[in-house]
Design a protein around this ligand. Structure first.
Ligand SMILES: Cn1nc(-c2ccccc2)cc1C(=O)N[C@H](Cc1nc2ccccc2[nH]1)C(=O)O
Length: 167
């Protein structure tokens, strides 16, 4: 007998939630009455990180990148030749961090406007990725996050970043 539960993807938050079509209940957390195996067998389980769509150990994250003169690529969709220093880039990103607080909406707004990554066009969303795909400092920080959590400022060869894990 089906429990009526299914897993859906929240478009506004970009993270999965549990919905029961019979009772119309919805919850960000897995229903306590379901076992791990039952959850993995629910309709929509591919939305769970590590589901069939992304493979084992796949997460989804967004980021806001500020490049500097020592970045691997010193141009972006915004600027042909980025000359700010790493210290200046970090100060800029700290200001964005203060404006974002814990707001995903504000983060996406600022990433869309200010991120020096071409993912700015997707509100900073990089899509799903597994270990071994991103620069190591970025991967380490992103995989250490819980879904919905922001990283502190981290540095890669591309510049300085703030990461939000979304799935
Ligand atoms: C890894 N990646 N994904 C996208 C992307 C994803 C979805 C939609 C559009 C662009 C862009 C990039 C990328 O490497 N962008 C670079 C900057 C950059 N360097 C990164 C290092 C780690 C993670 C993300 C990063 N983004 C650029 O534009 O110069």
């Amino acid at each position: 007998m089906s429990s009526g539960w299914e897993i859906r993807m929240s478009n506004s938050k970009g993270i999965p939630y549990y919905f029961n079509a019979a009772t119309k209940q919805s919850s960000w957390d897995a229903p306590s009455e379901l076992s791990e195996d039952q959850i993995k067998s629910l309709p929509g389980s591919q939305h769970l990180s590590g589901g069939s769509s992304g493979g084992v150990g796949t997460i989804t994250a967004s980021h806001l990148l500020v490049k500097h003169k020592d970045s691997r690529r010193t141009s972006s969709w915004k600027e042909m030749n980025i000359t700010r220093t790493k210290e200046e880039a970090t100060d800029i990103l700290r200001e964005y961090q203060a404006q974002v607080g814990n707001s995903r909406e504000k983060f996406e707004e600022l990433a869309s406007i200010h991120s020096d990554c071409s993912s700015h066009s997707q509100k900073g969303n990089l899509g799903p990725f597994s270990k071994g795909q991103m620069q190591k400092p970025f991967e380490d920080a992103a995989f250490a996050l819980q879904v919905g959590e922001f990283s502190d400022i981290i540095s890669t060869d591309s510049g300085v970043h703030i990461i939000l894990r979304t799935a």
